[in-house]
Design a protein around this ligand. Structure first.
Ligand SMILES: [Mn+2]
Length: 254
């Protein structure tokens, strides 16, 4: 039985990440190392720090990453690309050029015989009004149109700098550690959602940039994937077990 892999939050191209070149190469080596063992790969959002497709132009860079995705989908392995809150402005290029399946909303899906709820995690339970407003703007068709009519020099400049500052707001660019079940919005949101959707076995998220594996009920687990900036963590489902791993270079795992 082949594995199913989940990763998120590489924030490729971030102006706030000094090691962004080596980071992309490491991601590509990881993808290369799993491609033969994978039944499917789920990218749970924010793989790019800022991605916006124009009608005839896409952002510079990421050729190794995009090439690897294309190679993997050409092999017949499904790659699912969830939009995050940094890379939602995709309008067909990633599907047509790289063969990925784009999801702009959370999905519930049966993988082998388990029920998964998969989402990036933004907009689920976060009460911050500023974030909510920004999220509304980001998803507004009018704002998206405006962004696309803007010359890419302005559009990319605006996007990359917004993304950079949103990273630098955190002390040393890293995320606050786990605040406890009661304070984590995603945990709270998941507990609420479970009440009306008791059949879900596993909830998987990105966005929060922490590694979390929480048993919420006897059969229900919630996992947050960490990131691909500092932690290089991912989840694997082998049909029976679901677990978090870290990609350590030079190490090969069965
Ligand atoms: Mn995010």
């Amino acid at each position: 039985m082949k594995n199913i892999y989940f990763i998120s939050d590489a924030h490729l191209g971030s102006l706030a990440i000094k090691h962004r070149r080596t980071q992309e190469r490491r991601l590509v080596r990881f993808l290369d190392s799993i491609k033969d063992k994978a039944a499917a790969i789920y990218l749970l959002g924010d793989m790019f720090d800022f991605w916006n497709e124009y009608k005839y132009v896409v952002p510079k860079g990421y050729t190794r990453f995009l090439g690897k995705l294309s190679e993997i989908t050409d092999m017949g392995v499904e790659v699912h690309y969830f939009t995050g809150n940094h890379d939602l402005w995709t309008y067909g290029y990633l599907e047509q050029e790289c063969g990925v399946i784009v999801h702009k909303k959370p999905i519930t899906i049966e993988l082998y015989d388990k029920e998964f709820y998969l989402a990036h995690g933004d907009g689920l339970g976060d009460p911050d009004n500023k974030f909510k407003l920004l999220r509304k703007m980001f998803h507004s068709p009018l704002c998206q149109k405006l962004l696309n009519f803007m010359h890419p020099w302005w559009g990319m400049q605006l996007g990359l700098n917004w993304a950079k500052h949103s990273r630098l707001k955190r002390a040393d660019g890293k995320e606050v550690p786990f605040m406890g079940e009661d304070k984590e919005y995603l945990v709270q949101w998941t507990k609420e959602y479970m009440k009306t959707h008791p059949n879900i076995d596993y909830f998987l998220y990105g966005h929060r940039h922490i590694e979390l594996d929480l048993t919420l009920e006897k059969k229900t687990r919630m996992i947050i994937l960490g990131d691909w900036i500092w932690q290089f963590t991912y989840a694997v489902f082998d049909g029976e077990r679901l677990y978090l791993e870290q990609y350590v270079e030079g190490e090969s795992k069965p």
